[in-house]
Design a protein around this ligand. Sequence first.
Ligand code: ASP
Length: 599
Amino acid sequence: MLRSADCGSLKGENAGDQVTLAGWIGRRRDHGGIIFLDLRDRSGAVQVVFNPENAADATRIAEEVRGEWVVQVKGTVNKRPNGMENSSIPTGDIEVMVDEITVLNRSLTPPFYIEEDAEADESLRLRYRYLDLRRPPMLRNLTLRHNVVKYIRDFLSNRDFLEIETPILIKSTPEGARDFLVPSRMQPGNFYALPQSPQQMKQLLMVSGVERYFQIARCFRDEDLRADRQLEFTQLDLEMSFVEEDDILDLTEKLYTGMIESVTPEKILRKPFPRITYDEAMERYASDKPDLRFGLEMTDVSDLASETEFRVFLSTVEGGGQIKGFVVPGQAQFVTGQVKELEDTSKAAGAGGLAYIRYRGTNPVGQLTDEEILQSAGLRMPAEWHQRLADKMGAGPGDMILLMAGRQPRLNTWLSAMRTHVAELLELTDPDELAFAFVTRFPLFDWNEDAKRWDSTHHPFTSPEEGQESELDGEDLGAIKSKAYDLVCNGSELASGSIRIHNRQLQEKIFAILGHTKEETESQFGQILEAFEYGAPPHGGIAPGIDRLVAILCNSPSIRDVIAFPKTQSGTDLLFDAPTPVAQSQLDELYLETVKKPE
Ligand code: ASP
């Protein structure tokens, strides 16, 4: 080894030790000929000192070295003089008096500082990712990610799961998103696809008798990158035989609880994880991935709204819509500017408008004078009506009520955006708190208005709820529930899964409802349908995303901060400069031609 100790590991008790260290040069300070350098390796940084009186040669070299040069130093650990300690770093009690320094490599001047909290433009960071990852916070993120994955592997191995790899080159099948295609050279004109997830393969492993499978699986989806997504991402993919929904949820909860308590014990983890149905989540939070760190629960007040003369309310209810909203506790004093901000949010979300009622004063609402009830335009109602509204919504003096009108499912989208915005405005969330929940009993199908057909809410392999199979022949397919579930945390979806169909006839019926012809079904899903005829056991699973989870655990706003080599929003790898055109000879070998994109 080129070193005998790690820079960040040295403590007061090492005083007097002879050490050899190796690492990168950080900050430097010169004080009357004595040179102080920070020497950094993955474990942290330590101050190394060059005194020309004891080490003239070493000091001469230390005068030449610059930031990010790689050096080896030999010297003695000394306690820092009284009053010179630096409590902001773990090695702040000591310094290393250097006898000898060897330059192992030089560095160009880096395009940004390699320091704890140095700010740099993200595209520059991605272009020089190897330097960006050298920054301590990024190394900490990678370490945490490693610890998460290691915990998962140990946890599942201890419970008899087998980690099994599945192929990256598979057959293209419609699974929801767009496939990445890979042309076959040996069979010109034919293509493989990269897996959107190992869904069919993990189910086939259950037919194989594996019973408990997992994989840290890379998944590929060729989608336009909305928000914080990547074209390739990592999932913990798992599947079990002879289980029911609660078995998968119990296992997932134990895994997450144990992992978080071991990897990030400083987080405030709410236990146990509540299990709420999809319908309840939509009703109470207007979202299937509610942030449960705060309340702001919804109430449907369509009946009371119908008693008003407010045109928007009346026409909405008449047209089959709802009037729904929530109480913002203690915020009757919201100033005009803040209310304006709420109105802007509601407009940005696409909503027609926002009605608000502020109960100022300290009297019970029914005793408030009209002046004390501040109402938005068009909502002039007597105090008695306000009392009933306040009772129904659980509002009191000093509170504000926000109401929105519209048809579902859009109304819930607006309300959910408003709920999140209000929570931000009032700073109701703590990033160190983790509020998980399982959302269960999702609808089996979603009506796709653009394509005028039913889509699977989860995916086509999801089992309908017990006893609802016969309804697959009926009209009201939207009312059929499924055995699909999600794990959500702080307003993000972290995992999806389901109990699967394991019967050929039922699976074929689902494909028919989704609009696949018999021939399409046979050519695209023949393999799994056939497997179901050879003794497929009842089975189910889940696939928790790793990137988002680690980002939440690191308090990182972006998943790019927890992926070593991520791509930009436009799918570009700025370090390798991908994607790029390839040589004509490569295209020729594949019998491929490219055509210009039409303007
Ligand atoms: N394969 C599914 C997905 O990627 C998860 C599952 O059902 O296990 O969303």
